[in-house]
Design a protein around this ligand. Structure first.
Ligand code: UGA
Length: 445
């Protein structure tokens, strides 16, 4: 078992720290914000992720996980240092790398000989070399101890992060020539690779993909860009289905049944959101442009996604004729179920657009109770879906929470003034809604 430091205790960092410690490693989570480090040390998670709280409590109890705001304390003993800091969109669509820079700079003076610095943050191609240079430049005499740089992109989905960490399809490690750093990191994941942990499934072992540094960095962007494109493709097909009288609910599963295509990420509707797809697709477009390549598919992926959100207003207008003065309830605020994350959530943009069009908007989400991002929009946050629908002319399902798939449609209808239910996520049964006296409008049919 190894000594591990995890720099940055946001979403990826806290999942990585908790899971590696749960697998038996000695882990220290480092955050420059002492309040955040204290909060985590006290067992308080700053975010919601199913199952993470229980594993955090367990890990702290074993004594194998601790948190610090002192870089020296974090890095001095570490065999492997994971950089898990944010890379939000910066100028021109490229990621803002300032946090990676200060993370690398912060640990540089304390590296022990042979330590491995792992880039887990989503960083543009070339960042591995860049991190090496930052560390070399920051070492006191310029001839510090030898160290390795490895790229280990993460593929965690919010809401399913523990599952994705412990049962990944593959682990990708990109290394420098010689590959020693990659071997050290691979051994850190040994129990995941062999599925040798309580609840592990040795019959489905994840693949270990070894690449060079730039290729591993590219894998992350290519994977997210492909998934976003697959959803936008499904939405484009759904839009054409609507025009020609075909039903995307039948068409898309039928194409997904082809093993070359696969059924996942073909769920059509109001499109993708979240902190990753938009940011990473933009970054890939910007990277291409840096080298004189204008991406056509990626730009279309973004355009189709934007038009899905606008389509909500168009569809409501088509049914209600006027939006001004209408009461519209939006069900779901998080960008997807299983999380309280609202970054680039389609629901928030839809609420803004509805407000601009003159609607009186209410909203409900099973987990999100407070939406500071909508401070300037007078939206009533209701305590349940029925309350949100009170006297509403229309209800829009914006997030596919189970609670909405199993909603009591008769009760919903009783609360509403109108009868229109716009199903942006394909979770409402048309025939059930019919029985309840509601008219469902969806996407793709
Ligand atoms: C995504 C990737 O799936 C992860 O592999 C990756 O690690 C992560 O980004 C990241 O880069 O950190 P995440 O953003 O958590 O994960 O969410 P997804 O489950 O991929 O969903 C993204 C959006 O697509 C959601 O708004 C979801 O509602 C939407 N979606 C998903 C669809 O509209 N249709 C689908 O068929 C699937």
């Amino acid at each position: 078992m190894a000594n591990v430091a995890v720099v940055g205790t946001g979403y990826v960092g806290s999942v990585t720290a908790v899971c590696l410690s749960w697998l038996g490693h000695e882990v220290v989570g480092f955050d420059t914000n002492p309040a955040r480090a204290d909060q985590l040390a006290a067992g308080e998670l700053p975010l919601y992720e199913p199952g993470l709280q229980e594993k955090l409590d367990e890990a702290i109890e074993t004594g194998r996980l601790r948190f610090t705001a002192d870089a020296a304390d974090a890095a001095r003993e570490a065999d492997v240092i994971f950089l898990c800091v944010g890379t939000p969109t910066g100028l021109g669509g490229m990621p803002d790398m300032s946090q990676v820079q200060s993370a690398a700079h912060g640990v540089a003076p304390y590296l022990k000989p042979g330590a491995v610095v792992v880039n887990k943050s989503t960083v543009p191609v070339g960042s591995g070399n860049w991190v090496r240079t930052i560390i070399e430049e920051a070492q006191p005499t310029g001839d510090g101890p030898p160290f390795h740089v490895v790229s280990n992109p993460e593929f965690l989905r919010e809401g399913a992060a523990l599952e994705d960490f412990l049962f990944p399809d593959r682990i990708v490690l990109g290394g420098e020539e010689g590959g020693e750093g990659v071997q050290i990191v691979a051994s850190l994941y040994e129990r995941v690779l062999s599925q040798d942990f309580p609840g592990g499934d040795p019959s489905v072992k994840p693949g270990l993909v070894l690449t060079d540094l730039p290729s591993a960095e590219m894998v992350k962007y290519a994977a997210n860009a492909f998934l976003a494109t697959k959803i936008s493709f499904a939405n484009e097909i759904a839009n054409i289905c609507e025009l020609v009288g075909a039903d995307a609910r039948q068409v898309l599963p039928a194409i997904g049944a082809d093993s070359r295509i696969g059924p996942k990420f073909l769920q059509h509707g109001i499109g993708w959101g979240g902190s990753c797809f938009g940011k990473d697709v933009q970054a890939l477009i910007a990277t291409g442009l840096d080298y004189g390549y204008g991406s056509q598919i990626l730009r279309a992926t973004v355009e189709v996604n934007q038009s899905q959100r606008a389509a909500v207003i168009r569809k409501l207008q088509a049914e209600l004729k006027t939006i001004k003065g209408r009461r519209i309830a939006v069900l779901g605020l998080a960008f997807k179920p299983g999380t309280d994350d609202r970054r680039d959530a389609p629901a928030l943009e839809i609420i803004r657009r509805l407000h601009t069009a003159g609607a009186v908007v209410s909203a409900y989400d099973p987990i999100v109770k407070d939406v500071p991002e909508l401070e300037d929009v007078p939206v009533r946050i209701a305590s349940n879906a029925y309350d949100a629908a009170d006297r509403a002319d229309a209800v829009v399902v914006a997030t596919e929470w189970d609670e909405f798939a199993f909603i009591d449609l008769a009760k919903l209808a009783e609360h509403m003034k109108g009868t229109l239910l716009l199903d942006g996520r394909g979770v409402i049964s048309e025939s059930d809604a019919d029985v309840a006296g509601l008219k469902v409008t969806g996407f793709g049919w």
